[in-house]
Design a binder for this molecule. Structure first.
Ligand code: ZN
Length: 463
């Protein structure tokens, strides 16, 4: 049994939470470690997880057929969260039987608690957590937390929805294991007024939440507490669930208002660093999880090298203690771009950044285009544009007959006479950043509908 004492370095100068492992992230010796552990993980899946055994049978492979990391890369198509729905339906939504099939008897006898996604696309995806997961989760969140600067004395305001499958209650468990870290278990549900009052009362000096909540608190703080948010003296903002630190304008606004370091976390086991230019999130878990990229359409392996893009797939290397990733090669449907060369910050781990969602991808003349990348270019032209735009599709994605059609609003107070010059610049930037030559239809400000939640960037004219 794992001792229940706090975890982490005793010196605040330590570069790494785990100095025995973290210096070796993304190195050849680490790949040997991964292969040794992967052999065990494959056998576990085949012998103890009915769902994975079915997948391997369908692909015509047995554990003995996989003799290297490279073999593994071409052995089995990834499984996506959406695929689990077929299992639930097969067992008539009987979750006990579905879980047994998906996770196997050994892990189900060790189950600790269950959380689920919000289920906006149908049936919520359940995430089981096992007793054996606990030490591993504390270790991985320890590495993330240490890199985020959660040294002894940290009072971390947890401001995600507490019912959120990973970012809520589970994070309370794990971050509270770290030496000298107090988790202020506030939660987004209580609303901004109580959040701000609790942060002030308990002296929060770090916070973790969505970028949109952090931004909203800037506006609300003077009204609720009578002073700017910077007077709270929060030193670290650890942001997740939406793009945040990777968008220069968002990061700059938050850093200035809070007087804090702004970091991104998530979409895998990773955290960004404080380098002034966003470098992506450092992957900190090579010894516990195999990270792979595959082509989102063909599932062919994509070698991990600078600039490589693909669908990110994860395999827990100790599946008995797996955290989030309970199957061989599971994809959360995120497209990542990786950087494997050393980071200027000096810390270990290759970096990944989220480029888009797998089901958002468009193919224009063989080039993969993600709405999020188009949005990034357009946002760079604010205030000459409002930032609101739509990608207009006249045929079912992903294939798009060029040119890609965009509706873009020009900026408030701008003249239509300026549009030809602006269009030339915007198209040139699209060509450089996304390798496309879009056809632009200009619209006056506020022509496109504004959504309070997630804005739909695609206008489907084919339906
Ligand atoms: Zn870095």
């Amino acid at each position: 049994m794992e001792p229940l004492g706090p975890l982490g370095p005793s010196s605040t100068d330590a570069l790494y939470f785990n100095p025995d492992v973290e210096p070796f992230l993304n190195t050849a010796p680490m790949r040997d470690v991964q292969w040794e552990k992967l052999r065990h993980a494959i056998r576990f899946a085949y012998e103890k997880v009915p769902y994975d055994r079915e997948r391997m049978d369908a692909a015509g492979v047995t554990p003995d057929d996989i003799r290297s990391l490279a073999d593994f890369g071409s052995s089995l198509p990834p499984v996506r969260q959406a695929d689990f729905r077929a299992v639930f339906e097969r067992f008539d939504l009987d979750m006990d039987r579905s879980f047994l099939h998906l996770f196997g008897r050994e892990r189900m006898d060790d189950i600790h608690f269950i959380s689920t996604t919000s289920g906006t696309t149908g049936i919520p995806t359940p995430y089981p957590f096992f007793h054996k997961t606990f030490p591993l989760a504390a270790e991985l969140f320890g590495r993330v937390g240490w890199r985020a600067g959660f040294v002894p004395g940290t009072k971390l305001a947890l401001l995600f929805g507490l019912s959120m499958h990973v970012a809520g209650i589970p994070q309370v468990f794990w971050f509270s294991r770290l030496r000298g870290v107090t988790v202020l278990n506030i939660g987004a549900e209580v609303g901004t007024e109580r959040i701000l009052k609790a942060m002030k009362l308990f002296g929060a000096n770090a916070m973790t939440c969505t970028p949109s909540l952090a931004t909203y608190l800037i506006e609300k703080c003077p009204e609720v507490l009578g002073h700017p948010v910077g007077d709270l003296r929060v030193k670290v903002l650890l942001l997740g669930a939406e793009p945040g630190a990777g968008i220069p304008e968002v990061r700059a606004r938050l850093e200035e208002a809070y007087g804090a370091t702004v970091l991104d976390v998530g979409a895998g086991y990773g955290v960004s660093c404080a380098h002034p230019v966003y470098q992506g999130m450092h992957w900190i878990a090579d010894d516990h999880c195999l990270y792979e990229l595959v082509d989102p359409v063909t599932y062919e392996p994509v070698p991990l090298e600078d600039g490589a893009r693909g669908l990110a797939c994860f395999t827990a290397l100790a599946p008995e203690a797996g955290l989030f990733y309970h199957h061989l090669r599971i994809s959360m449907n995120d497209i990542h771009e990786v950087t494997t060369s050393p980071c200027p910050c000096g810390r270990s781990g290759f970096r990944y950044r989220i480029v888009g969602r797998g089901d958002d991808m468009l193919k224009v003349k063989g080039v993969s285009v993600y709405p999020a990348s188009v949005q990034g270019v357009i946002n760079g032209f604010v205030p000459r544009v409002t930032g609101a735009f739509r990608i207009v599709l006249t045929e079912r994605p992903p294939l798009v007959t060029p040119p890609l059609k965009l509706k873009v609003e020009w900026g408030e107070g701008r003249s239509e006479a300026d549009l030809p010059a602006l269009e030339t610049e915007l198209v040139a930037k699209m060509r450089a950043a996304c390798e496309i030559n879009p056809a632009i239809t200009w619209l006056p400000p506020l022509s496109l509908e504004r959504a309070t939640k997630k804005t739909q960037l695609i206008e489907k004219q084919y339906e």
